[in-house]
Design a protein around this ligand. Structure first.
Ligand SMILES: Cc1cc2nc3c(=O)[nH]c(=O)nc-3n(C[C@H](O)[C@H](O)[C@H](O)COP(=O)(O)O)c2cc1C
Ligand code: SF4
Length: 607
């Protein structure tokens, strides 16, 4: 699948015209704000103040509100950025493949400093959290639209030349933008797609109540991480009071190391939309929304064309498959770079055009979600799983996997292995089996479920993927014995600090303190006291933060301290306390000024 997009609105040089056209397209409702800002930026390159003011006036919002929303999302810019904005995917697996060296090389060739715009305004180069291409990294995002995979030194050299000559991205070699599916093991979900509408027709024939009963019988649990019962969630939404109901597909896939939803969206979009339509039939929804992460913007045209085909064949729209009163359609909302927006209440805030701050629960989305309507939010893979369940029955699905974790699950495998890609296994599969299949050798650790998941060491490779043993949200990152697990944990700590939305103090300050301590250790000033402080921070953040991001931010830290202690110890200078700087060297100026440099003025002499 080519990772270049072609259908953003035609660039309009005049901001006023651009805003008017966008308002005509999206209407004047405040919940369209994030989409209007994203598209305005796609035309203008950035978001000038007068444009924000016009949007604010048209939507009946204050300028401060609009600026506050724009300021929340990392892909929205209120200052000019480079004509070419390059973001290197900065997951640990990109780093293992040399992304940092490649970025330094590109910056040197272009004469730019990371994070700054070049003096001629041509280019800016920076890092971005994982773009979701860990099986074909290092990856690079260009102008938030185009994804370049398999980056290497030769491509970087050629790219620098193209950039200097201002060659439009559309004219760069097409092969650079190829995104492979890399399906390495297919089972019931990743096999050949069945004819669109088959499962939906089966659901309509069975009726909404019986379909719900079948889903409950399957014991399907959500694939987005929390593992909540899908049947139960749909039932609660169906029973909640309200005239309108909403189905939301969570395609934010922001967990570093995860890319299985990308493959499902690219290859099995019909199954995703089919699952959403069956959900609409069960709960009685008319509105469907897909929250597509900004990094997957290049999939938008493909997804829109599948939606249109489904409308043309009466699988979407009014009276679906001829059933009077069953009206349902799906819109796609493109995100703008915020990991926290994967959390369902943040996602709903973002869909409503606001900053993606997580809501206080209760009420839960099944009671009051999008615009106050009862809303079902499910992961991409969860919706895909609905199709075979409806076609072949809940009991059949429940017979696969284990009694508490039924069916199959997709694993996005990356890192130190010969065959990175997507592997589908029944629940209950051993970690060691996956390592064998992907060609991992001399493996030291596996990070399952992304940074917020669990880090396993070699003695645990007999454990099984299942909610009751090792739960996973899809990522499976492999680290061989040459890797420093302290550095892996430090990279994840930087990720969480970068992605903290800042709403609550324990997370905003806690993630920053964790980074500070780990950087201190990395700089060679660590002591056992620092490790003890890290333990305390973990305990505090686990219990005192507002949402799951803060609560899980210390997971990799806790696991690696417990299981890879020597990796930390090699960074400890003293057993007890060590300041984060060289105290003796800091005092040299004072010694010089006071003219006192005798032995007693030196710390190591016990003064
Ligand atoms: C910080 C954070 C990020 C999350 N990111 C995602 C995500 O990218 N995709 C996803 O499906 N669920 C994500 N979740 C879980 C969702 O909140 C929610 O549980 C899920 O979408 C429900 O769908 P499911 O029942 O099908 O798993 C995230 C949760 C948190 C706390
Ligand atoms: S825990 Fe972190 S991400 Fe969640 S609300 Fe608090 S600051 Fe925001």
């Amino acid at each position: 699948m080519p990772a270049r997009s072609t259908t953003d609105p035609t660039p309009a040089t005049d901001t006023r015209d651009a805003v008017s056209a966008l308002l005509a397209r999206h209407g004047h409702a405040a919940h369209a704000l994030v989409q209007i800002l994203r598209e305005l930026q796609a035309q203008q390159g950035w978001l000038p103040r007068d444009g924000l003011q016009q949007v604010a006036d048209a939507l009946g919002l204050s300028l401060a509100h609009v600026q506050g929303v724009a300021g929340f999302y990392r892909f929205l810019h209120q200052q000019p950025v480079g004509e070419y904005r390059l973001l290197f995917s900065d997951n640990i697996t990109d780093r293992l493949l040399g992304s940092e060296k490649l970025m330094a090389d590109l910056c040197r060739r272009l004469g730019v400093v990371p994070g700054r715009v070049s003096a001629d305004g041509l280019v800016s180069v920076d890092r971005s959290s994982c773009t979701g291409h860990g099986d074909q990294g290092p990856a690079l995002l260009i102008n938030h639209h185009h994804v370049l995979t398999h980056l290497d030194a030769e491509r970087v050299a050629q790219m620098a030349g193209l950039l200097r000559q201002r060659v439009p991205v559309e004219q760069w070699p097409a092969a650079w933008f190829e995104v492979q599916h890399n399906i390495r093991r297919a089972d019931v979900l990743l096999g050949e797609p069945s004819a669109p509408g088959t499962a939906l027709a089966a659901a309509l024939a069975r009726g909404s109540e019986a379909t719900l009963a079948e889903i409950k019988r399957s014991k399907l649990r959500g694939r987005g991480g929390a593992g909540f019962s899908t049947g139960r969630k749909w039932e609660m939404c169906r029973n909640a009071p309200g005239a309108e109901r909403v189905v939301v597909c969570n395609a934010d896939e922001g967990e570093p190391g995860t890319f299985k939803d990308r493959v499902l969206l690219a290859r099995h979009a019909d199954a995703v939309f089919g699952g959403m339509t069956i959900a609409a039939h069960v709960i009685g929804a008319r509105i469907g929304l897909v929250y597509l992460r900004g990094e997957y913007r290049y999939l938008l045209e493909h997804l829109l064309s599948v939606l249109q085909r489904r409308r043309d064949t009466r699988l979407l729209g009014p009276s679906i498959l001829g059933q009077a009163g069953f009206d349902f359609d799906i819109r796609i909302h493109v995100g703008a770079g915020a990991y926290v927006c994967g959390a369902e209440t943040s996602l709903i805030e973002s869909l409503e055009g606001k900053r993606g701050t997580p809501r206080i629960r209760p009420p839960f989305p099944v009671e009051q979600g999008y615009l106050g309507h009862p809303t079902v939010v499910n992961n991409v893979e969860t919706f895909c799983a609905i199709n075979p369940i409806v076609r072949q029955g809940g009991a059949w699905w429940a017979s696969i996997g284990t009694s508490s974790s039924t069916g199959t699950m997709l694993h996005a495998v990356s890192g130190d292995c010969e065959r990175p890609g997507v592997y589908e296994y029944p629940y209950g599969t051993r970690i060691g089996r996956i390592l064998e299949d992907c060609g991992a050798r001399d493996t030291q650790a596996v990070q399952v479920g992304g940074p917020s998941g669990v880090c396993l060491s070699a003695f645990e490779f007999g454990r099984r993927i299942a909610f009751e043993d090792v739960p996973s949200a899809g990522a499976f990152m492999v680290f061989d014995r040459s890797r420093d697990m302290f550095e892996v944990a430090r990279a994840f700590a930087h990720f969480f600090a970068h992605e903290s939305c800042g709403f609550c103090t324990p997370c905003r300050v806690g993630t920053a303190l964790v980074v500070k301590r780990l950087d201190k250790l990395a700089a060679g000033h660590g002591s056992r006291h620092d490790v003890d402080v890290l333990y305390e921070l973990d305990k505090l953040m686990h219990t005192a933060t507002h949402c799951g991001l803060g609560a899980t931010a210390c997971n990799p830290l806790r696991d690696t301290i417990l299981k890879f202690r020597p990796a930390y110890e090699q960074h400890l200078k003293s057993l007890y306390f060590e300041p984060g700087f060289d105290l003796d060297a800091e005092l040299s100026i004072a010694r010089h000024m006071t003219g006192r440099d005798d032995a007693a003025a030196h710390l190591d002499n016990g003064a």
